[in-house]
Ligand binder design. Sequence first.
Ligand code: CMC
Length: 428
Amino acid sequence: MSETAKLKIGDNSYEFPLIEGSENELAIDIKTLRGVSNGVITIDPGYKNTGACKSAITFLNGEKGVLRYRGYSIEDLAEKANFLEVAYLLIFGELPTKDQLVKFHADIKDKAIVDDDVRKILDAFPKTAHPMGILSSLTSALTAFNPSSVNVDSDEEMYQAIVKIMGKLPVLVSWAMRKINGLPLNYGSNSLGYVENVMSMMFSKPNEEYTINPIVRDALNKLLILHADHEQNCSTSTVRIVGSSHAGLFASLSAGISALWGPLHGGANQAVLEMLEAIKEDGGDTKKYMAKAKDKNDPFRLMGFGHRVYKNFDPRAKIIKVAADQVLNDLGIDDPILDVAKSLEQEALNDPYFVDRKLYPNVDFYSGIIYRAMGIPVEMFTVMFALGRLPGWIAQWREMRLGKEPIGRPRQIYTGETLREFKAVQKR
Ligand code: CMC
């Protein structure tokens, strides 16, 4: 692309190259702006117009509702793939061959034991602790038990760090849930598939044999795939920026988990279910809650609606809505919450406030209904999101480190006091 962007500030004009992506997206490359313009910077709170990096992992077209991992459509992957092959695809760039997949899984299983001392840290948490706090802390604690910092120029060291966390995080996830349910901790079984093992670790009871329900397994597999990456969202940007200081993989992931926790991001899945429950308890008056969501003097927002990038249906929400119907049907569960969700969706889709602002259901709107049908406690919903997002975070961290990206360090426009004289406390 030979075109440039021209910028005029006062009497001075500057020219900047345009960068074009493989899907024809354009960006103005302003790397040299501050240098050539004597200190002028751009400002863009929330990074609504700012690209932080070039990335070859996930393509998203928010206007058209398109999501692809490494060129494969989310619809295809959710329908046909298993979570582990999607993880491999995201991290290493290609779908694995059968041998590569077997080896990847074997290496993950080999590293899946979590040091028994980590249990002691878990024991110290009160039972009321939120499992996202537990997961973030334990992921960070793993650094103490896996001390080698990753030499990113070594393929082998990089690979070992990846299989370690792919193996250990599901154990921590299950421990967080077992703590809530008062169940003894376990380490899973190497004879099971990746997703089956997650289920067995989460749900098995010490006094009965655990049988995998294929409906639940397929739904969980799909949910994990749908959450596996979403380009430069809040938690992924956090992972990249923490990693850009050359902090290790586990420390970067721990920060990403904390970022995901917030209700405007991954925490929305818990918030949605609590909202639907509250509406049901309040007599199912969805109109009342629609009015609250539109009232600018009321902080209430319709959780599970709206998205920074999607200005059309979130393609993940479409898939999850169908899956929610299917899972509830197959499991013979009649959850009144699903009806509340559907009528809320219908009202929002026909309401000018939501239509004008292009607010559609997002990935979190229906996922909690499936998690609940699976028997997962509501506080664990965002933890499940984190488990799904793990390969995306790893892939983005790896891409950032291998790309030798500089440390992330935004600028600011200072709006505080100018220089003033210090006064001793007696004179203030
Ligand atoms: N309910 C009511 N109004 C909304 C909502 C909502 N859920 N979302 C956006 N708006 C309004 C907002 O008030 C603003 O109105 P106005 O132009 O009159 O000031 C307009 O729509 C644009 O909203 P914004 O907050 O400027 O948009 P954003 O891109 O900064 O925020 C969002 C995106 C996802 C944080 C926001 O839509 C939201 O808070 N949604 C609810 C929380 C949620 O479901 N989050 C999960 C996102 S998807 C999964 C993930 O990322 O983890």
